[in-house]
Design a binder for this molecule. Structure first.
Ligand SMILES: C[S@@+](CC[C@H](N)C(=O)[O-])C[C@H]1O[C@@H](n2cnc3c(N)ncnc32)[C@H](O)[C@@H]1O
Length: 247
C-alpha cells in the first residue's frame, strides 16, 4: 500500500518493534492488575476497556489484552493491524482485541471510557499543531481509575533536525523521516502538567537502542506514565521500590 509509510516494516516475518511491551506499561499492569469493575447492580463484571493509539503490530495491545482488558487498537497501517490480529489469534486473545484502521486525530474517544490508554510513539508522527486537541481527548477519555502511557521521540534522537540529536553521529532509524514532531526536552512533561486531571507517576527522558527493525539504531525518547488525579493505585515504581513484604 503506497500511502502506508509503515507497510514495509510490518510486512516482514518478524514485524517491527518486536513483541516486548513498553516496559513501564507492563510494570504497571503487573503491579496494578485490572481486577474487574462492576458496571452496575446486577450487571456483568466489566474488566475494563483499553485504547492503544498507533498500536502498530500490537506489542502493547497484546499486553493490555493479557491483563484482561478489552482493547481497541487504532492505527493508520492496515498491514500493522493485520499482523496484530494474527498475533492475537496465535495467543488466543482475538476476542479481546478490536482493530480500527484510522487516523488517531479523527478517532472519536468517548469521555471517561478507558481503564488504560496507550500512545506509544505516535504523537511524534503527527504535526505539533494537532497534538493539543488530541491530548485533550486522550485525557478526557480516561476513566477515573484509568492509566495513561505515552512515549515520544525527542530532539535527542539522532533523526531530529533540531536539538542535541541534530549533531549526533549515531545511526538513525529507517523510519525516521516519518517522525514529524520530535518533542523538545520537557515537552511531554509540560503537556501532562497542563492537564489538572492527570497525576504523573513517572516521567523519563532516555536513549534506547533499537534492534527490532532495519539496521540497529539509536532513539531519544521521553516516556510518561500517569493516572487521573483521583486515582491512587498500588504502584511502587519502575523498577519496583519498597513493595509490601510478601506481596
Ligand atoms: C513507531 S510505530 C509504533 C507502533 C507501536 N505503538 C509500538 O510501539 O510498537 C508508529 C505507529 O503509528 C502509526 N501512525 C502514525 N501516524 C498515525 C496517525 N496519524 N494515525 C494513526 N496511526 C498513525 C503508524 O502506522 C505506526 O504503526
Amino acid at each position: 500500500m503506497p500511502d502506508d509509510p509503515f507497510f514495509a516494516v510490518y510486512d516482514r516475518d518478524v514485524p517491527a518493534y518486536g513483541l516486548a511491551p513498553s516496559a513501564e506499561l507492563a510494570s504497571f499492569l503487573s503491579q496494578c492488575p485490572q481486577r474487574g469493575r462492576s458496571s452496575g447492580a446486577g450487571a456483568a463484571l466489566d474488566l475494563g476497556a483499553a485504547l492503544d493509539l498507533g498500536a502498530g503490530a500490537g506489542r502493547d495491545t497484546l499486553a493490555l489484552a493479557a491483563a484482561g482488558l478489552q482493547v481497541t487498537a487504532v492505527d493508520a497501517s492496515a498491514r500493522g493491524l493485520a499482523q496484530l490480529r494474527q498475533r492475537a489469534a496465535d495467543r488466543g486473545c482475538a476476542e479481546r482485541v478490536e482493530t480500527i484502521e484510522a487516523d488517531v486525530r479523527r478517532f472519536e474517544i468517548p469521555a471517561s471510557r478507558y481503564a488504560a490508554i496507550c500512545a506509544t510513539t505516535v504523537l511524534d508522527h503527527i504535526p505539533a499543531a494537532d497534538v493539543p486537541a488530541l491530548w485533550q481527548r486522550i485525557v478526557a477519555g480516561l476513566a477515573d481509575d484509568g492509566v495513561l502511557y505515552v512515549e515520544v521521540h525527542t530532539t535527542d534522537d539522532p533523526g531530529s533536525p533540531t536539538g542535541a540529536g541534530a549533531s549526533s553521529r549515531a545511526p538513525v532509524s529507517e523510519t525516521a523521516r516519518w517522525v514529524v514532531n520530535y518533542f523538545p526536552p520537557g515537552e511531554l512533561l509540560r503537556l501532562a502538567a497542563s492537564s489538572p486531571r492527570l497525576r504523573v507517576l513517572r516521567y523519563e527522558e532516555r536513549y534506547e537502542w533499537d534492534y527490532t527493525h532495519g539496521p540497529e539504531h539509536l532513539h531519544g525518547k521521553a516516556i510518561l506514565l500517569a493516572t487521573t488525579s483521583a486515582s491512587h493505585p498500588e504502584w511502587y515504581g519502575h523498577p519496583v521500590a519498597f513493595p509490601r513484604r510478601g506481596a
